[in-house]
Design a protein around this ligand. Sequence first.
Ligand SMILES: *Cc1c(COP(=O)(O)O)cnc(C)c1O
Length: 409
Amino acid sequence: MTNEHLLAVAKEHGSPVYVYDSEKIIAQYNRLSNAFKKVKRVKLNYAVKALSNIAILKLINSLGAGLDTVSIQEVQLGLKAGVKPEDIIFTPNGVSLQEIEEVSALGVQINIDNLSILEQFGSKHPNTPVCIRINPHVLAGGNSKISVGHIDSKFGISIHQIPHILRIVENTNMTINGIHMHTGSDILDVEVFLYASEILFETASNFKDLDFIDFGSGFKVPYKEGDIETNIEEFGEKLTKRFNAFCKEYGKELTLGFEPGKFLVSEAGYFLAKVNVVKQTTSTVFAGIDSGFNHLIRPMFYNSHHEIVNVSNPDGRERFYSVVGYICETDTFATNRRISEITEGDIIAFKNAGAYCFSMASNYNSRYRPAEVLWYNGEAHLIRKRETFEDLTKNQVDVDLFSEVTESA
Ligand SMILES: *Cc1c(COP(=O)(O)O)cnc(C)c1O
């Protein structure tokens, strides 16, 4: 998408607004599948939590991907989008047995990540094959909030507890049809991935009824020019060799699975906001926009970097700005950022706004959540309306208890 396209979307749909470029999503999907084209059976399950608009789920499903889900609501969104239950995997952490049973009853593949639920589920439903999530204890991930494979992590069953898993499987007569890991987000190093994969292969050889091995996700995408990213092509080449060799050893053509979230949608997204105020202080120039961490929390929550472009004036003289929101708390998107000269009323675009942006938006400060637009075949399609005052009040119960008190006072 060009700056003109983005500006046109903001004109048509107002600000703030999220825009997703379907071409980029398709390109990323093709890149990942091409990297593994020499594996006979590959299944990419898109991690819904990154961006869960039904139009996005439909688009990605139309490319051949299934879905990776973490709540029954995400499963229901997937089904509503027309995704077949057998193309959905449920990989929750810390949810109740009841929720897992409800999802399983929908025909969705269950992935269990603790011994207690494994034993309970296996005892009650020995004929339902389940996948197990292993914690390979590999420290990976861009920061401590998104590293989920280390020794103290709450995710997955420790590889040191494999004998315990095998005992449960034997006692309950359940079938393990998949082995899974997901060690974190923003993993740079292909070697770290491959190392964790070896642990997964070793684990897999303990289970005789496997259909698939799921390597999770966590591919690093670039956030700015010159940024490092996971070398998917190199990774594909190396893991393909290992995977095909393992299938030979195992004696069966297994399916190789991934669950990319960020990789598919991060770079496809733009968040457009309008500059309400340019405020010059003695040391800084603030650009105050018509949004805040209620709409885009990643800079404050994860220290994430989002490139910012002034799409109203992309080629002006560059100046330094601190870009801040309208929330009544410190609400800084970027400090001392070089941006083409900003005039009040300009539309600025935050890049990499596809993954974990709208899906983490809230109504804090009683603001409406933004609209979402899908750019497809050179046209803008509204895929979520901006909220209205009714959305803020529709679940509030007006109890009307205080009128008497006021009268007698
Ligand atoms: C969040 C999550 C993913 C997606 O991670 P990305 O870094 O967005 O690719 C994949 N698998 C599981 C189990 C997850 O929880």
